[in-house]
Design a binder for this molecule. Structure first.
Ligand code: AMP
Length: 213
C-alpha cells in the first residue's frame, strides 16, 4: 500500500505505520527517524537539522525534499510505503505531488489521524523512544519490561529531546499553523480519509478496509 499518514505529533502515525508494515511488507518512511539518525551520526544533514528539531521547529523544506527525492526511489519502496511525518507543509505536499507524478506512483490515500489535543499532550509527555531502533513505549500504557531498556533490541529507551513540555507545546503550535492546512489540501484533491484515531487498532482496521486488504 502507498499511503500518507497525517496527524499531529503523538497522533499515533509511527505506531500505526509499524502495524501496517507487518501486513504487506510496505516500508515505513519516517522523516523524523531519518533526521534523528543523521543527528546521532553527526552527518552534514544532522548538523543542519539539529537546532530546528531541538526547538520543535520544522527543518527547511528543501532539506526534506532532498531526502525524500532519494528515499522514494530506493528498491524497498517497490512493495509500498507509509509516509510518517511527511509532508508537513503545503510546499512539501506540492513538491511530493510533482515527485510522485514524475515517478509514476499513485497513492492509495491520505489518512488523517484525528486525536483530541489533551490525549496528544498526555501521550507525548509519557512517550519514550529507543535511541537505537526507534521502538516506541509509553510509561503508562506500554512500558518496557526493564526500565530504560528496549524490549526489542536492548537499546537505551529515553525521552526525546523535543519531548520536553516547552518543545511539545511548540511542536503542536507548528502543527496547527503549518501541517493542519494539509487536511484541506488533500480533501480538495479527493483522497483524504479522516479517522478518529484514539485506538491504533481501529485505525489499522479502517485502513485495511479502505485499501481492500
Ligand atoms: P517527528 O518524529 O515526525 O515528530 O519529527 C521530529 C522533528 O523532525 C520535527 O519536530 C521536525 O523538527 C523534524 N521533521 C520531521 N519531519 C519533518 C518534515 N517533513 N518537515 C520538516 N521537519 C520535519
Amino acid at each position: 500500500m502507498r499511503l500518507i499518514l497525517l496527524g499531529a505529533p503523538g497522533a499515533g502515525k509511527g505506531t500505526v505505520a509499524k502495524l501496517l508494515t507487518d501486513i504487506d511488507g510496505s516500508v515505513q518512511i519516517s522523516t523524523g527517524d531519518i533526521l534523528r539518525a543523521a543527528v546521532k551520526e553527526g552527518t552534514e544533514l544532522g548538523k543542519k537539522a539539529e537546532s530546528f528539531m531541538k526547538a520543535g521547529e520544522l527543518v527547511p523544506d528543501q532539506l526534506i525534499m532532498d531526502i525524500m527525492g532519494e528515499r522514494l526511489q530506493e528498491d524497498d519502496c517497490q512493495k509500498g510505503f507509509l509516509l510518517d511525518g511527511f509532508p508537513r507543509t503545503i510546499p512539501q505536499a506540492e513538491a511530493l505531488k510533482e515527485l510522485l507524478e514524475k515517478l509514476n506512483i499513485q497513492l492509495d490515500g491520505v489518512i488523517n489521524l484525528d486525536v483530541p489535543r489533551d490525549v496528544i499532550l498526555d501521550r507525548l509527555t509519557t512517550r519514550r523512544t529507543c535511541v537505537d531502533c526507534g521502538a516506541i513505549y509509553n510509561v503508562k500504557s506500554s512500558p518496557t519490561k526493564v526500565e530504560g531498556v528496549c524490549d526489542a533490541c536492548g537499546g537505551k529507551v529515553v525521552q526525546r529531546d523535543d519531548e520536553t513540555e516547552e518543545a511539545i507545546s511548540k511542536r503542536l503550535d507548528v502543527f496547527e499553523e503549518q501541517t493542519a492546512p494539509l487536511v484541506g489540501f488533500y480533501q480538495k484533491a479527493g483522497n483524504l480519509v479522516n479517522i478518529n484515531a484514539t485506538s491504533s487498532q481501529v485505525v489499522v482496521d479502517t485502513i485495511k478496509t479502505h485499501v481492500g486488504i
